[in-house]
Design a protein around this ligand. Structure first.
Ligand SMILES: NC(=O)c1ccc[n+]([C@@H]2O[C@H](COP(=O)([O-])OP(=O)(O)OC[C@H]3O[C@@H](n4cnc5c(N)ncnc54)[C@H](O)[C@@H]3O)[C@@H](O)[C@H]2O)c1
Length: 360
């Protein structure tokens, strides 16, 4: 039985209600013992990397449900047609009736440009989408993991943020469809857990970066890399001293799988505690990718948090997890992918970044 900290104060509790039994198919004599795993939002950035990792295990059958709002079939190209892989065009705001053992529930636009584009749809995705996936988990006895976010801490008054911190969130701001949407999604997860015994896992993900992020999606790392490759100024939102921590996607995926497989419900912070100001990040991208671009200060967006850094004590203790990839090692991996997609040839010049000439 999972241990949880459902009152948010870090008190360990043991749930009393037993989880629902898995589908009778599980006990059928002829049933193949493969693990059937649903990944909602699996055509997106993190989802597609998660699918890659899950598909490495020959005992896994992976089903992706995605409406392609921000994701793309291209991200899953190599698996289309594979006998252990299925791709369904599906919007999670509608019920989905399939037989699965585990659900990784990622479906939700994650970048401000996309989640603010249709805020009502974003909150529906978080609330109705999560209700639908919990309903599915309840019906088939599946374990469900929600990818929540560090945004649940809002503009935090505690630094770094432990899971026991309840946050400082504006309920009526332009970001609230996402922040408050995820907070309600977390509430729903724990209510289904307490009331129906559903096996839940909640990851609170901090800024993650890597190949396959949407270009020009307004997220700071993808913005800076695309700007550097196009030779455009790196636009830093004022004052530039606001901090973020950046986790490379392979580390994050490792944490998600450990959480799903382990006994703890979470919420558990997954992120890299290395903290950078936006100016430091711009300077690193400039140095590594294109030293000739300028750094330009621009106006900030409302409700932009000033500081964000995960306390990952719980992830270390309960999952034996901590990130391995340093920002300086991860950025070049992402650069390579962005060069390909932007049609920019490989850089030529010195490796230490003193002189870089574009071959395009
Ligand atoms: N990337 C980060 O830094 C970060 C940080 C915190 C939390 N997260 C969470 O991780 C998850 C994945 O984020 P990502 O960065 O891969 O974003 P992404 O936008 O690349 O992926 C989201 C996927 O969900 C799909 N989707 C959106 N709405 C849907 C709907 N109604 N029905 C079905 N599919 C839908 C999109 O098409 C896309 O494929 C999200 O839940 C996000 O909130 C990400």
């Amino acid at each position: 039985m999972a241990t949880d900290s459902s009152n948010g104060n870090g008190h360990q509790q043991t749930t009393t209600k037993k989880p629902p039994s898995p589908s009778p198919l599980r006990f059928s004599k002829f049933f193949q013992s493969n693990m059937r795993i649903l990944v909602t939002g699996g055509a997106g950035f993190i989802g597609s990397h998660l699918v890659d990792r899950l598909m490495e295990n020959e005992k896994n059958e992976v089903i992706v449900a995605d409406n392609y709002f921000t994701g793309s079939k291209d991200n899953l190209q190599k698996w289309i047609g594979h006998p252990r892989f299925e791709l369904i065009r599906h919007d999670v705001t509608e019920p989905l009736l399939i037989e699965v053992d585990q659900i990784y529930h990622l479906a939700c636009p994650a970048s401000p440009i996309f989640y603010k584009y249709n805020p009502v749809k974003t909150i529906k995705t978080n609330v109705i989408g999560t209700l639908n996936m919990l309903g599915l988990a309840k019906r088939v006895g599946a374990r469900i993991l929600l990818t929540s976010t560090s945004e649940v801490y809002g503009d935090p008054l505690v630094h770094p943020q432990p899971e026991s911190y309840w946050g400082n969130v504006n309920p009526i701001g332009v970001r609230s469809c996402y922040d408050e949407g995820k907070r309600v999604a977390e509430t729903l997860m724990f209510d289904y857990h307490r009331q129906h015994g559903i096996e839940i896992r909640i990851a609170r993900i901090f800024n993650t970066y890597g190949p396959r992020m949407n270009i020009d999606d307004g997220r700071v790392v993808s913005n800076f890399i695309a700007q550097a490759l196009r030779g455009e100024p790196l636009t830093v939102q004022c004052p530039g001293t606001q901090t973020r921590s950046f986790c490379y996607v392979s580390d994050l995926v490792d944490g998600l799988i450990r959480l799903m497989e382990g006994p703890s419900t979470g919420p558990i912070n997954l992120g890299n505690p290395g903290e950078f100001t936006m100016i430091e990040l711009a300077e690193t991208v400039k140095e590594l990718i294109n030293p000739s671009v300028e750094i330009k200060m621009v106006e900030n967006t409302p409700d932009d948090p000033r500081q964000r850094k995960p306390d990952i004590t719980k992830a270390k203790e309960l999952l034996g997890w901590e990130p391995k990839v340093k920002l300086r090692d991860g950025l070049p991996l992402m650069e390579e992918n962005f060069r390909l997609r932007l049609g920019r040839d490989k850089k030529i010049g010195t490796k230490d970044g003193n002189k870089l000439d574009e071959a395009t």
